[in-house]
Design a protein around this ligand. Structure first.
Ligand SMILES: Cc1cc2nc3c(=O)[nH]c(=O)nc-3n(C[C@H](O)[C@H](O)[C@H](O)COP(=O)(O)OP(=O)(O)OC[C@H]3O[C@@H](n4cnc5c(N)ncnc54)[C@H](O)[C@@H]3O)c2cc1C
Length: 349
């Protein structure tokens, strides 16, 4: 069932809530976005901004057949999404196409890259193998001691902080409303007067199916690293952003996150040893038990949910916005998105 004149309250102004608001406004809905804070210093503010479907290709941790497809669909939407937000807001979002580089320094990492390469080729995508000379020409700072290196053409990047700032401007210019939730106001009070509510609260209050998984990020002076591409090695990565190179990220609580990340990064980017560390922060990924997002109809006819995007919420923002606008305004969840319906967690989602 869809509402004839939707008046929609969106709880949460991270990249998911804002992207859904933008898409709903474009389709003529009346939208208000609520958050406890601005800027929205949740997961979106902490993220590196990799748009990296290839890294979901080998299914490490997440083995859902539909998930890689979802990531690819969203990656393909990003260029148009970025252009549209930039045009509507007059602000840049730092979108860059790939390739990202992936290097394997030991046998286990090489096996993982070979699986990833096979899955990409199976899906009609390219993963170009790189020689030492190729890597040397592309990124002189990457260790030459690798077993295997790939250029992942599908994997780009964006600046998530600039994206959420630009999205808010675009939303307000399009007639959407943004409000800070007043202290002591309950969710029910907040959504009074709206006939539809979208829960995009990320980790939210930490109850129910979505749990917080901590991630720590380090930022180094880019001039010391001279890095132009995203470089990944095992579970770690380095991402150039403006004057900085971000090195991340831990997954879950780690006793000395800085020492841990440094020891991992120095393997593939030896220059990190002498680079100036200029910032460090942590964020909390919204994670479901199966590590897949929750998107669709909530517990009653006027409630919808878009949460649990775990480590890919930046990548998945455009496709999530499209899916949620369809289901809120059209009433049906697209076939390919049915695997991510909240119903799989019963009432707890
Ligand atoms: C260190 C790190 C690195 C990452 N790197 C990447 C990456 O490279 N690429 C990628 O695709 N993803 C990455 N991610 C994952 C990505 O950041 C998340 O999946 C994504 O940001 C989730 O967006 P969100 O809008 O759901 O949540 P959030 O950005 O957390 O937004 C939720 C918002 O809801 C608000 N809120 C909560 N409760 C309430 C309430 N009761 N009332 C009002 N407002 C409320 C919060 O204040 C917050 O602003 C990374 C995450 C981390 C932590």
């Amino acid at each position: 069932m869809s509402v004839a004149h939707p008046k929609i309250a969106i709880i949460g102004a991270g990249i998911i809530g804002l992207s859904c608001a933008w898409e709903l406004l474009k389709r003529g809905a009346e939208v208000s976005v609520f958050d406890k804070q601005w800027p929205p210093v949740g997961a979106s503010w902490a993220a590196a901004g990799m748009l990296a479907p290839a890294f979901e290709a080998a299914g490490e941790g997440v083995a859902h057949p539909e998930f890689f497809d979802l990531c690819l669909r969203s990656a393909r939407m990003w260029r148009g999404f970025a252009e549209e937000i930039e045009q509507a807001s007059g602000q840049g979002v730092g979108y860059c196409e790939g390739p990202a580089l992936a290097v394997a320094l030991d046998e286990a990492e090489a096996e993982h890259l070979l699986r990833l390469e096979a899955r990409l080729v199976e899906s009609g995508l390219t993963a170009e193998r790189l020689s030492r000379r190729d890597i040397g020409a592309l990124e002189r700072g990457v260790s030459p001691d690798f077993e295997l290196a790939l250029a992942l053409v599908s994997d780009g990047r964006v600046d998530p902080r600039r994206t959420v700032l630009a999205l808010r401007t675009a939303i307000e210019r399009a007639g959407g409303v943004f409000e800070i939730v007043p202290e002591g106001v309950s969710g029910a009070q907040l959504t009074e007067g709206f006939n539809t509510c979208l829960d995009a609260s990320g980790v939210g209050d930490g109850a129910g199916a979505v749990q917080a998984v901590e991630g720590v990020m380090l930022a180094f002076r880019r001039a010391d690293m001279a890095l132009d591409h995203v470089v990944r090695c095992g579970a770690e990565y380095a991402v150039p952003r403006g004057e900085h190179v971000l090195v991340g990220a831990t997954v879950g609580e780690v006793a000395d996150a800085r020492a841990f990340l440094l020891s991992r990064a120095v393997r593939f980017l030896p220059r990190v040893r002498s680079a100036a560390l200029v910032d460090q922060w942590r964020g909390f990924r919204p994670a479901t038990p199966d590590r897949l997002p929750i998107m669709g109809r909530g517990s009653d006819a006027r409630t919808f949910v878009a949460r649990g995007h775990y480590r890919n919420g930046i990548l998945l923002a455009p496709i999530t916005a499209e899916i949620m606008a369809e289901v809120i305004l059209g009433g049906e969840l697209a076939g390919f998105a049915a695997a991510f319906a909240p119903a799989r967690f019963g009432a707890t989602a």
